[in-house]
Write a new protein. Structure first.
Lengths: 117, 109
């Protein structure tokens, strides 16, 4: 099966600019996640979708970050305006359903490496 | 509150066995997942423990003790390609995984 696709692979922007990331999950996966991974740390959940509805966005900095998953398939994550501390890898993941990690682990994309200067 | 502890780094030689421990404190615990991440790569799923005991998948095994809030990942017959970061990730029941800072495993010849 094709994996989780993300683009762009790398992005360099100046602070206060805006940026958008795109994710196409594995076909048939209902749950989609955006994680932020700062260098040397583990992934931190930003937002979780079930189909096109938000399940958890408690750790999303909503004053500058937004995400949508129209039609319950592709998703975009936007940052506006960016800050220096947003420099990180933004990982998208998908899973088959929300019942348990036993039979539906997370499948991650290769991420977008964002550098804010 | 939530807390997660893993060793920051472990070193071993090829062919050896290494154990990466994980202690956690979360609300609504359902299970413990393990993920591997090579530098510059995506995290990939290794194992999941929903019940106490040992789960074996090839050279990798994972163990969970719910009463002790403790788990470990056991890697046998280490190979150079096993050099990577390993994350334990408790699940609170909604596939919301909490990742710690991970354990960096360095395998030398």
């Amino acid at each position: 099966e094709a994996g989780v696709a993300q683009s762009p692979r790398y992005k360099i922007i100046e602070k206060r600019q805006s940026v958008a990331f795109w994710c196409n999950p594995i076909s048939g996966h209902a749950t989609l996640y955006w994680y932020q991974q700062i260098l040397g740390q583990g992934p931190k959940l930003l937002i979780q979708f079930q189909n096109n509805g938000v399940v958890d966005d408690s750790q999303l900095p909503k004053d500058r970050f937004s995400a949508e998953r129209l039609k319950g398939v592709d998703s975009t994550l936007k940052i506006q305006p960016a800050k220096l501390e947003d420099s990180a890898v933004y990982l998208c993941a998908s899973s088959l359903d929300r019942q348990s990690s036993y039979n539906s682990p997370l499948h991650f994309g290769n991420g977008t490496r964002l550098t804010v200067t | 509150g939530q807390s997660l502890e893993q060793p920051s780094e472990v070193t071993a030689v090829e062919g050896a066995i290494v154990q990466i421990n994980c202690t956690y404190q979360t609300s609504g615990f359902y299970g413990l997942s393990w993920y591997q991440q090579h530098d510059g790569g995506a995290p990939t799923f290794l194992s999941y423990n929903g019940l106490d005991g040992l789960e074996e998948t090839g050279r990798f095994s994972s163990f969970l003790s719910r009463s002790d809030s403790y788990g470990y990942l056991l890697l046998q017959e280490l190979q150079m390609k096993d050099s990577a970061s390993y994350f334990c990730a408790p699940e609170n029941g909604f596939q919301k995984l909490v990742f710690g800072t991970g354990t960096r495993l360095l395998v030398s010849p």
